[in-house]
Design a protein around this ligand. Structure first.
Ligand code: ZN
Length: 626
């Protein structure tokens, strides 16, 4: 295993700004002082409790307790191990990562599988793109399809790296084999069909995508993680998915379906300030929007939208305009989207093409550009207007019974909203569009809610047993003297040297069985050797996730201490008492019952007692470092 040099990790941490790292995932706002806050990426929340302190280099969520530094953040949000996270940050911030002598750099075989599959996708996207640009029959065909049939500009293809796979797969297998990817990566990247027990040879790698237009799918950080392949006239007869208009990559170690929205990597920095996300049906629609200057369009990956995707969206912007095709399928999809959006706390509006039924959004943008968008936007429908019209197209002439039935349907949708205030508002609005009294929709809702809670009560309880506290959790918050000293050390670094001198090195006062104790010993050792790197650069000193979490937590505490020296002294005294007093009591017990303990002679016990008493009486005086 290659080991990254600790000095290198230290340099990296000097270079990296935690706010930059976090803001790729979380929208941050000022939170007083140098601190920033945003919606926690580790749990679902509506008001921000995720705090970042760029000066100290630590973050902490006061909602779910997650805490750490830039490296932990990258590890947890990108699912990487320590070395991968350091390498990823190094790449992003232009720091060359060096490895300990003799441990070797990351050879292809040693790189983690995920990182390798990311690389492989990057290379594959490039390969398909070159084929798309190629001056041969495939390239010519695909470019013509792009510009003439789909009427997309060429620079859009360059921007999104649109690619082409010829009838034989464009030699992707050969290309990747030359680049020496591991067998495991080639097997699991999803770009080939390979029999389980087959050796990896060019012949055994049957390309999944042949004769198709290749659209790279990027995650919200812009990394290619999969492909969508559009059927063309070149799609061969023996393609197992010949009839499928679109074929997507299967799930792989880097791609989970339903976890990703197309174009979010670009759109997320364009939303806000009155610019909502615009949810369109397909990837080509989203690219069309981009090409006419509507930079906030996103599309579900595949057909279904999941709650997870919407929670991700909400981190960037809570306003979404849903603009699906005006045909039956599109409108149904829009209606399915609505309750999920309400549940995720999104403010959703619907854009529809009334009176222009033949136009789909793609054509509208193609023919009218942003002007077309501005027009449909003027007639945007609120969530309840849309739902009410879907269930009751003509409220004015509907019978009382039709209205009641529509109200039942609408109520089922708005019931998912978790905010009472929002729900009340929605009920009032729905009543208006259904031509009903708000009171009667309210009654419908009450009846529905009652029915639901009766059903919930009747179901056998399936709630999981109360969570066992994770090991280390209790210890992390336990107010041991070690934790207290560690807190002091991190907030008053000048205490380190005097503490390291005052604590006898062979005294075993500190309990190394707990994270806080181990860290205290380690930190004091650094102070003793004048090697303390400073609290923002502790990475080389932190070995486990528990240690990182504890340090981040302590950094975020704001102790109000007038005389840290004195408090540290008290802490030391507690440590000493805890270490020595039990033995003292034991000796006294033995001396009081001379026959119960025949092993030890009273003389040595008396000697030991006076030595312990002397130690306990010795004043512990810390002097501030000079
Ligand atoms: Zn959280």
């Amino acid at each position: 295993m290659p080991v990254i040099k600790p000095t290198c990790v230290r340099d990296l941490k000097l270079r990296v700004n935690l706010a930059d790292v976090v803001s790729r995932v979380v929208t941050l706002r000022k939170a007083g002082g140098a601190r920033l806050k945003g919606l926690c990426p580790f749990h679902n929340e509506k008001s921000p409790s995720f705090h970042v302190d760029p000066d100290k280099g630590f973050y902490k969520c006061f909602g779910c307790g997650k805490a750490g530094d830039a490296i932990t953040f990258v590890r947890e949000t990108e699912l990487l191990n320590f070395s991968e996270a350091v390498e990823a940050l190094g790449k992003r911030f232009g720091v060359v990562i060096e490895y300990e002598e003799g441990t070797g750099g990351p050879s292809t075989a040693e790189r983690s599988l995920r990182q390798e599959i990311f690389d492989l996708h990057d290379a594959a996207a490039d390969h398909f793109y070159q084929a798309f640009k190629g001056r041969d029959s495939t390239g010519d065909f695909m470019r013509a399809l792009w510009t003439e049939k789909r009427r997309f500009p060429m620079d859009l293809a360059d921007e999104y790296k649109i690619g082409a796979a010829d009838e034989a797969g464009s030699g992707l297998g050969e290309f990747l084999l030359r680049r020496k990817y591991s067998e495991e990566a080639l097997r699991r990247c999803g770009l080939f069909f390979i029999y389980d027990n087959a050796q990896i040879t060019l012949g055994a790698m049957r390309p999944r995508f042949r004769g198709r237009l290749m659209i790279p799918i990027r995650d919200h950080q812009g990394r290619v993680v999969a492909f969508t392949a559009r059927q063309t006239d070149l799609t061969p007869q023996d393609d197992p998915a010949r009839e499928a208009k679109y074929v997507n990559s299967p799930e792989t170690p880097i791609f989970t379906k339903g976890n990703l929205l197309f174009n979010l990597d670009r759109a997320r920095s364009a939303v806000g300030d009155g610019k909502p996300f615009v949810l369109v049906e397909g990837q080509l629609d989203a690219m069309r929007c981009w090409s006419v200057g509507l930079k906030t369009a996103i599309a579900p990956q595949g057909t279904s939208i999941t709650e997870g995707q919407l929670v991700l969206l909400r981190r960037y912007c809570a306003q979404v305009e849903c603009f699906f095709d005006s045909d039956g399928a599109g409108q149904k999809a829009a209606l399915r989207f609505l309750p999920m959006a309400l549940k995720a706390g999104l403010e959703v509006r619907f854009l529809t093409l009334a009176g222009e039924q033949k136009l789909d959004p793609d054509l509208l943008f193609l023919e009218r550009g942003m002007a077309g968008y501005d027009d449909v936007r003027r007639d945007a429908q609120s969530a309840m207007a849309f739902a009410s019209r879907a269930f009751l197209p003509d409220a004015a002439t509907a019978t009382a019974e039709q209205r009641a039935r529509a109200a039942q349907n609408v109520v089922e949708i708005l019931a998912v909203s978790e905010s009472d205030a929002v729900r009340t508002q929605l009920i009032r609005e729905a009543a208006r569009f259904l031509w009903l009294e708000p009171k009667s929709v309210e009654k419908e809702y009450t009846a529905f809610a009652a029915r639901q809670s009766r059903q919930a009560a009747a179901r056998p309880s399936s709630s999981p047993p109360p969570e066992e506290p994770a090991p280390g959790k209790a210890e992390e918050t336990a107010q041991t003297p070690e934790r207290h000293l560690l807190l002091l050390l991190l907030h008053f670094e000048s205490l380190g040297k005097p503490l390291s001198h005052a604590l006898p090195p062979d005294a075993n006062w500190v309990d190394p069985n707990h994270t806080a104790g181990r860290l205290l010993n380690r930190f004091l050792g650094e102070f003793e050797h004048d090697a303390w790197p400073g609290r923002a650069h502790l990475d080389g000193l932190l070995e486990t996730p528990d240690e990182r979490t504890l340090v981040a937590n302590l950094v975020f505490e704001a102790p109000t201490i007038e005389d840290p020296l004195k408090v540290a002294q008290e802490g030391l005294k507690l440590l000493r008492a805890r270490a020595l007093e039990p033995r003292l009591r034991q000796i006294e017990l033995a001396l009081a019952n001379p026959h119960a303990d025949s092993d030890s002679d009273p003389i040595s016990l008396l000697k030991e007692r006076s030595e312990l008493q002397r130690q306990l009486r010795t004043p512990l005086i810390l002097t501030a470092a000079v």
